[in-house]
Design a protein around this ligand. Structure first.
Ligand SMILES: [Zn+2]
Ligand SMILES: [Zn+2]
Length: 323
C-alpha cells in the first residue's frame, strides 16, 4: 500500500474489508499496473488520498456479497476498473458522461484498490469478464484497454491513426483499430527497436520515432506517453480537420507552438477516465476479436519494482501483479 505520496509502496497486513449493502467482496486474482498508479505514488494526482491501496485493473472472484448485491453469484469472475462510483444524478451522469461526474470516486485513488488479496467494490461498477482471457491477460483490458478504446472513439472514424507511446494501452488499441480497418502508425522513442517491432507485429503498418514525420497525413493521433512535447509533434502529423487526443491523466507541460499548427480546424483534446459503457464495449470487442495481450505477471510484493519499470518506459505491454 501507499502510506503517503512520494514514499515507496510497502507490504502491510490490513483487516479484511467488509462489503457494504451494494458491494462485493472480491478475492483479487490479478491486478494490472497502470501509469496512473505511478502518478499516484509520486504525488502527481492531487485528488488521491493516502493511505491507499493502489490498483484499478482488478480481475477477481466474488467471495461475499452485501445484503443488496444480487447481480453476481458467489464465485463469479468479475472485473473492477478505475471508475468506482458516480452520483448518478448530475448533468454529466444523466448525459452518458459519468466519467466527468464531479462526485465520481476512483479505485486505488480515493478508495482502496487491487494491489491486495481482497478488495470491495460497488457491484454496479463491476464487469463480467470474457472467458477467453485468463486473469493476467484480462486485467490490462480494464484500464489500458478501456482508456485506449475511449481515446480511439473520441478520435472519430479516422482512416489513418497515429499512436504516440507504444506501451500498455497502445498495444491493445493498435489491434482494435486494425480490426476496424483503420491504418495504424506507431511512434516510439527514437531507437526503441523492440517497441517498434512489437507495434508492427500487432497491426501497425509503420513504426518509427516520434520525432520522425508521419509517412502520410493522419486524421487522428492519440498520445499515450505523458510527454507534453509530443503535442506539437502530433499536431504537425495530423491533416487539416484532424484531432490530437491526449489519453493520459497527467502530462508534462505542453510547450508553446505556432498557431499555424492548430490552424485548419485541427483540435487538441483530452480523455478523462472511462464510463462503464466504454469498458463494456471494449470487453465485447475483445470477446469477438481475440486480442493478443502482452502481459507479464509479477508477485504482489514486487509492486514497487513494477512501478519503477513503468517509470523506465521499457515494458513490452502490461505488468500485472498476482497475489
Ligand atoms: Zn489506469
Ligand atoms: Zn454525477
Amino acid at each position: 500500500m501507499l502510506d503517503r505520496a512520494g514514499a515507496p509502496l510497502v507490504t502491510r497486513t490490513l483487516t479484511d474489508p467488509r462489503p457494504a449493502a451494494d458491494e462485493l467482496l472480491i478475492r483479487v486474482r490479478a491486478c494490472g499496473v497502470c501509469r496512473t498508479d505511478l502518478h499516484i505514488r509520486d504525488g502527481e494526482l492531487p485528488r488521491a488520498s493516502t493511505p491507499v491501496v493502489p490498483g484499478h485493473q482488478i480481475a477477481g472472484e466474488v467471495v461475499a456479497r452485501g445484503a443488496g448485491a444480487t447481480r453476481f453469484d458467489l464465485g463469479a469472475r468479475v472485473g473492477v476498473t478505475w471508475l468506482a462510483s458516480t452520483c448518478g444524478r448530475c448533468a454529466w451522469c444523466l448525459s452518458g458522461r459519468e466519467n466527468l461526474c464531479p462526485d465520481a470516486r476512483f479505485t486505488g485513488c480515493d478508495r482502496d484498490g487491487g494491489f491486495a488479496e481482497l478488495t470491495v467494490a460497488r457491484e454496479a461498477f463491476c464487469h463480467a469478464l470474457p472467458d477467453a482471457y485468463d486473469d493476467v491477460r484480462v486485467a490490462p483490458l480494464l484500464c489500458a484497454g478501456a482508456i485506449g478504446y475511449r481515446a480511439l472513439r473520441l478520435a472519430g472514424d479516422a482512416a489513418n491513426v497515429g499512436l504516440y507511446g507504444f506501451g500498455s494501452s497502445a498495444h491493445l488499441v493498435a489491434q482494435v483499430a486494425a480490426a476496424r480497418g483503420q491504418r495504424v502508425f506507431a511512434f516510439t522513442r527514437a531507437g526503441d527497436e523492440s517497441a517498434q517491432r512489437a507495434a508492427r507485429d500487432l497491426g501497425a503498418e509503420w513504426a518509427g520515432a516520434s520525432t520522425d514525420g508521419a509517412p502520410r497525413p493522419l486524421e487522428a493521433a492519440i498520445i499515450f506517453a505523458p510527454v507534453g512535447e509530443l503535442v506539437p509533434l502530433a499536431l504537425r502529423a495530423v491533416a487539416p480537420g484532424g484531432v490530437v487526443v491526449c489519453a493520459g491523466i497527467h502530462m508534462s507541460d505542453i510547450p508553446s507552438f505556432p498557431y499555424a499548427l492548430l490552424w485548419e480546424e485541427r483540435q487538441v483534446r483530452s480523455v478523462a477516465n472511462v464510463t462503464r459503457a466504454d469498458v463494456t464495449a471494449l470487453l465485447r470487442h475483445a470477446g469477438e476479436h481475440p486480442l493478443r495481450v502482452l502481459a507479464e505477471a509479477m508477485p504482489l510484493d514486487r509492486a514497487e519494482e513494477a512501478l519503477e519499470r513503468i517509470r523506465s518506459g521499457r515494458v513490452a505491454g502490461s505488468l500485472v501483479l498476482v497475489p
